[in-house]
Design a protein around this ligand. Structure first.
Ligand SMILES: [Zn+2]
Length: 424
């Protein structure tokens, strides 16, 4: 054992960047503004193309390749103890229909780079390290998203997932069978893995998909957790009347009531630290005619925060406040989703932070605003994430961008973190 060698020293920025370019060519297109996007739907020909590339790179290193029943790919770099639970790293390779070149694929390629750097540095670990590419994170073609990781941990029923259909009516069962048979061809020897095998620890690298690292000039985001969400469908009921004849005092105007309700919500949700996320983004007005007072407004409320206490306290106040402010109109508020925040364990956060400090990269702690596969794996194993900046925080967009140096810095932190965890 040569414990003093850090594999980060062998992270190869050019190799990592070249792999992004090769992946970006699969499903790649150029939009109206000249930005290079990616359209790589889960279990499509493009997804299969990405799997072929990844499996080819893994084979070139002589690493064993396996897959569970939903097509999650695992590439194993062996440890000294073949029976020890592995440390897991990776993300997803599918994209939104108009996605970018980094969301998801960065975490897979940074993980691959970390493993290659370990080989190149001659680093051995006690535990094996498995690189994972989770199936269908984005949910663009088959819903729900985070299908691979949440089915892996038992959150989604596998048989139900198989029966889902895409917009063309193609059953997932069929698209998955095609994907699996292609993978068997590429891998030669594709081993079977069960769902939910024991995992010692999991680290997912990802672009931030938000503007905070860039704004603060930090290279690395030490991710503390994933914020929770409460999502409501709100309906305000009034009465439709003639806009020309009905005195305002006699109206039950659903649009005016909605304005009062949203204004009240804004005051309740005010956060001087700007951590809280509150959004009203979809609205229907009925009858939606210029000369008729509205009798109904339907709107969505999307409320997110990393602290469960804030989510509970303020979220619970919304229905009562709405009823009070909407009078004389009435309100019906239904909670459609309530997901608690994920809090990553201190031990893993500290390991990432130590690796980052050791490398001298400027960093900050932050919660993830978006959902990730890591949020589901966190239910069964100690898990954390590493963020790198993305240009202006833009993601799920062809303009998504990151620099070769930041990509390499994240892979360095990941490599040293994985070795520390795999020797524990
Ligand atoms: Zn992603």
């Amino acid at each position: 054992m040569r414990p003093n060698i850090h594999p980060s020293a062998r992270v190869d920025e050019a190799r990592l960047w070249d792999r992004h370019e090769q992946m970006a060519a699969i499903g790649g297109f150029v939009n109206e503004q000249g930005h290079r996007g990616v359209n790589r739907a889960a279990f499509s020909a493009e997804d299969i193309g990405a799997r072929r590339l990844l499996i080819g790179w893994a084979k070139a290193r002589g690493w064993a390749i396996s897959s569970d029943p939903i097509g999650n790919i695992f590439v194993r770099r062996p440890g000294r103890d073949p029976d020890a639970a592995p440390v897991l790293t990776g993300s997803h390779m599918d994209s939104q229909p108009r996605g970018g070149r980094f969301d998801g694929i960065y975490g897979v390629l940074a993980g691959l780079e970390a493993l290659e750097a370990m080989d190149d540095a001659g680093v051995e670990t006690e535990r094996p390290i498995d690189l994972v590419a989770w199936s269908n994170e984005e949910g663009g073609r088959y819903q729900p998203g985070t299908m691979g990781s949440n089915t892996f941990v038992g959150g989604y029923d596998f048989e139900k997932m198989l029966a889902t259909r895409d917009g063309d009516g193609i059953e997932l069962r069929e698209a998955l069978a095609e994907t699996m048979s292609a993978m068997k061809d590429f891998a030669g020897d594709l081993q079977d893995r069960p769902f939910n095998f024991p995992i010692a620890a999991c680290v997912e690298a990802h672009i931030e998909q938000g503007p905070r690292l860039e704004a603060d000039n930090r290279t690395i985001g030490v991710v503390t957790g994933i914020q929770g969400i409460r999502w409501y469908l709100t309906k305000v009921f009034g009465r439709t009347d003639h806009a020309g004849t009905t005195p305002l005092r006699q109206r039950k105007d659903a649009v005016q009531a909605t304005l009062r309700v949203i204004q009240g919500f804004n005051e309740l949700m005010h956060d001087p630290d700007d951590v809280l996320r509150f959004t009203v983004a979809r609205m229907f007005v009925r009858p939606n005619a210029p000369s008729s007072v509205a009798n109904e407004v339907e709107f969505t409320v999307d409320f997110r925060h990393p602290d469960i206490a804030v989510l509970k306290e303020r979220g619970d106040k919304l229905p009562g406040l709405a009823a009070e402010l909407a009078a004389p109109c009435t309100v019906e508020m239904n909670e459609m989703m309530n997901m608690a925040p994920t809090v990553f364990p201190d031990e893993l956060i500290n390991t990432v932070e130590a690796a980052t400090r050791n490398l001298g990269h400027p960093y900050m702690h932050l919660p993830s605003g978006a959902f990730h596969d890591a949020g589901y794996i966190a239910k069964v194993a100690p898990t954390t994430m590493i963020f790198i900046p993305c240009k202006r925080g833009v993601s799920h967009n062809e303009a998504e961008d990151a620099t070769p140096a930041d990509c390499a810095a994240g892979a360095q932190v990941l490599a040293d973190t994985l070795v520390a965890l795999a020797n524990r």
